[in-house]
Structure formats: C-alpha cells, structure tokens
Design a protein around this ligand. Structure first.
Ligand SMILES: Cc1cn([C@H]2C[C@H](O)[C@@H](COP(=O)(O)OP(=O)(O)O[C@H]3O[C@@H](C)C(=O)[C@@H](O)[C@H]3O)O2)c(=O)[nH]c1=O
Length: 181
C-alpha cells in the first residue's frame, strides 16, 4: 500500500490490488503496512452502511472528547465523495477540508484523523460505505456539523459532477451545528 495524497493530516491510501483469472485480492486492513505509512491504528469497530440514492449526504459526523475517532474509510459498492474537515479547536488547519472520490473500483482508503468531522455524498445509487474506527461508538458524544456550513465551504458538487441542491439527510444531520472558533 502507498500514500497517494496527504493534506492536513488526512491520507489517501492506495492498497495493492492483485488480480488473476478469478478476479482481485486486497488486504482490507494491514496493521504493519499502515504503521510503515505512519498510521498507528487499533481497530475498535467496523461499520458498514448502505445508501439507496445518489446525492444523499451522510455527515458531517464526529465524536466529542473523550471519544474522538480516527477512521479508515472505503467504498465497497458504487462510489462516493468522502470529505474530512479539521474541526479541532486550536489546530493550525482548523476549518480546512479534504475530499476524495472513493469507489469500489478505485479501492482507495481515506484515513481520517481523530477529532476531524467526516461526511460522504453518494455519487451512485446503492453505494456502500465501510469503515474501521479506533474507538467505540457513544451516542452521547456523536455530534453533527451542517454539511453546508459556510465556515468550512465544502464543494459537494465535486467540481460540477453532481448537484445536491436539496440532499437527502438524516434528521440528526439536518439539525447539525455550525463551526465555532
Ligand atoms: C455510527 C454508529 C451508529 N449507530 C446507530 C445510531 C443510529 O441509530 C444509527 C445510524 O447512525 P447515524 O445516523 O449516526 O449513521 P451515519 O450518519 O451513517 O453515521 C456515520 O456517518 C459517517 C459519515 C461517519 O463518518 C461515521 O463515523 C458515522 O458517523 O446507528 C450505532 O449504534 N453505532 C455506531 O457506531
């Protein structure tokens, strides 16, 4: 595996894909490979979600202290634009975000550092998101920031690829907060 891109602590990882007459093989989680890339990751949970329709947004989601979560995010069906935003108060890159298209075809993995908010928009119907977290879920600490918070300014059109004017959102994400310094 190798790092394709790295910005504000977010890393886009390309795993090695081995193909043969049957199809392909990849290591979905490589503890020592990640360690070599500077990522010390201990899996606590693996989560898997299915999104019915293109244009649906999940996020921006994060967990408050002491339950901050680092995540290793991948798309195992369809495709999505995955976004990580630095919302750590006092961080030099506070309010900055990184986005990358993850798909079942490109096999890319996004490493989201602890303390960041994360969200995805489905670029296809029937898109699946699978991700490892390094700390446990806590409903009490699970929070949301509005996907369209102007203080972050995420381009959810992915440069004109999609127009999520009125995206399908969960109630939690509809009622998400706004970034405060
Ligand atoms: C994430 C999570 C949710 N749940 C429950 C809470 C709720 O009843 C139901 C669905 O949860 P949510 O609406 O928060 O699901 P969702 O909006 O898909 O949340 C996820 O979004 C992506 C973008 C992330 O980055 C993840 O960390 C996670 O926050 O599942 C758990 O029991 N354990 C968990 O670890």
């Amino acid at each position: 595996m190798k790092i394709k891109r790295e910005e504000i602590g977010v890393k886009i990882i390309e795993p090695k894909i081995v193909t043969d007459n049957r199809g392909w093989f990849q290591i979905a989680f490589d503890f020592y490979g990640l360690q070599e890339l500077g990522i010390e990751f201990h899996i606590c949970q693996e989560n898997h979600s299915f999104t019915e329709s293109r244009g649906t947004i999940r996020g921006l989601n994060y967990q408050e202290a002491p339950f901050e979560q680092a995540k290793l995010v991948r798309c195992t069906a369809g495709s999505m634009y995955s976004v990580a935003a630095d919302i750590r108060k006092g961080s030099e890159t506070f309010g900055k975000w990184v986005g990358e298209i993850l798909s079942a075809e490109n096999h890319r993995i996004m490493y989201v550092p602890a303390g960041f908010a994360h969200g995805v928009i489905a670029l296809e119907d029937r898109t699946e998101l699978q991700y490892f977290t390094n700390s446990k879920f806590s409903l009490e600490h699970a929070k949301s920031i509005r996907y369209d918070d102007p203080a972050i300014g995420i381009d959810w059109t992915v440069g004109g690829l999609i127009s999520p004017d009125v995206p399908n959102l969960s109630e939690k994400n509809r009622n998400g907060g706004y970034l405060t310094p």
